[in-house]
Design a binder for this molecule. Structure first.
Ligand code: ZN
Length: 355
């Protein structure tokens, strides 16, 4: 009897050691509301305060803080990588992916999970910046979560709304943030076919970087100069990884990194984006075109004909199961290629100043 109890005790300990659920906080099946994302971010920052350093890079049009965390050593590293979620309001799977990744990455550092075995190693030479909620106002609109933004409700309701609030993609002022970055393509974006006034999607704004969120994000990436920026979206199970105007400059580096991502995810391979009317003005385009640094847009979950995201309860099945290694692959591949990335970006900057 004592022997079998002892056995059960050992088994329980082994189970706990390898279970990924110890102190895992993200609610897999719940609607991931603005307040939950910010609370989870604060909770993880406090719990793992040896490795997580929170900051605020600005605020949204409606005054909600734009919170970013640096995962790294106490001393800031010279090198970094940036992961961004929820530039598009209705796509909160992207916030959940980066937050769940962050949670399990921190647990892996602490020996509480074995999902990312080398998590601690990378922190010796790289800081990981997590920015899970780039468009808090838009997310609140998509969730019809009016608390704290009630005074903007009338204006929002008077914009062009395609279908219901659940399909909202833009920011609180009805500008699509990923159509608004100042990458040099704003004048051609949409080729005259987009919306001309604030709308739930497809309005690029009256001039480049009109939304305050875009301005803060551009300022942040300009000062940080991350070796790579990865922006998570839905849908498609694919990655937009290169565009015709900048692809050559990367001398194969973008292809190599993207191939590694396709290997772990089984995502569909797409070609180099050709038409700036379609691809232009995203965050990934901005870092490539204005900083000579690689950037990718990862489209989570399979494609279908609906604008709306799939049910919250399908996150693990449609997103996490395929994509949990994607952030890790970017970290690893960027870590291995930091010299080449720096040299490409340096020649880009030199060329720009000579012209
Ligand atoms: Zn998107």
């Amino acid at each position: 009897m004592i022997k079998s109890l002892f056995f059960a005790f050992i088994l329980l300990n082994v189970f706990c050691l390898f279970s990924q659920d110890i102190s895992y906080v993200i609610e897999d099946d719940e609607k991931y509301k603005c307040s939950m994302i910010l609370e989870d971010l604060d909770y993880l920052s406090k719990k793992y305060d040896n490795y997580v350093f929170p900051m605020q890079i600005g605020y949204s049009e409606f005054g909600i803080p734009l919170k970013v965390v640096r995962i790294g050593r106490k001393q800031k590293s010279k090198y970094s990588i940036l992961m961004v979620g929820n530039i598009h309001a209705r796509e909160d799977y992207s916030s959940k992916l980066v937050m769940k990744f962050m949670n399990l990455y921190l647990m892996s550092i602490n020996g509480e999970s074995n999902l990312y075995p080398n998590a601690k190693l990378y922190l010796d030479s790289l800081d990981i910046y997590i920015f899970p909620l780039a468009n808090p106002d838009g997310l609140k609109i998509a969730h019809e979560d009016w608390e704290g933004i009630e005074k903007h409700r009338y204006d929002v309701c008077n914009m062009i709304i395609k279908e219901t609030f659940a399909e909202w993609k833009a920011n609180g002022k009805g500008i699509d943030l990923n159509d608004s970055f100042d990458d040099g393509n704003h004048h051609v974006k949409h080729g005259g076919k987009g919306e001309e006034t604030p709308a739930s999607e497809d309005f690029k704004g009256n001039y480049p970087a009109e939304p305050i969120e875009t301005q803060y994000i551009q300022k942040f990436v300009q000062s940080l100069r991350p070796l790579m920026t990865i922006s998570y979206h839905t849908k498609g199970d694919l990655v937009y990884w290169a565009d015709a105007k900048t692809h050559e400059m990367f001398d194969g580096l973008d292809t190599e990194i993207n191939n590694k991502v396709l290997e772990v995810s089984g995502f569909e391979e797409v070609g180099v984006s050709q038409n700036p009317e379609t691809y232009g003005c995203g965050l990934e385009n901005y870092v490539r075109a204005k900083m000579g640094l690689p950037g990718s847009c990862v489209e989570l979950s399979k494609s279908d004909n609906n604008r709306k995201q799939y049910a919250d309860s399908l996150f693990n099945k449609l997103v996490w199961s395929k994509s949990k290694q994607i952030p890790m692959v970017y970290i690893k591949e960027v870590f291995l290629r930091k010299k080449k990335i720096l040299s490409i970006s340096k020649s880009f900057t030199l060329n720009k100043s000579e012209n």
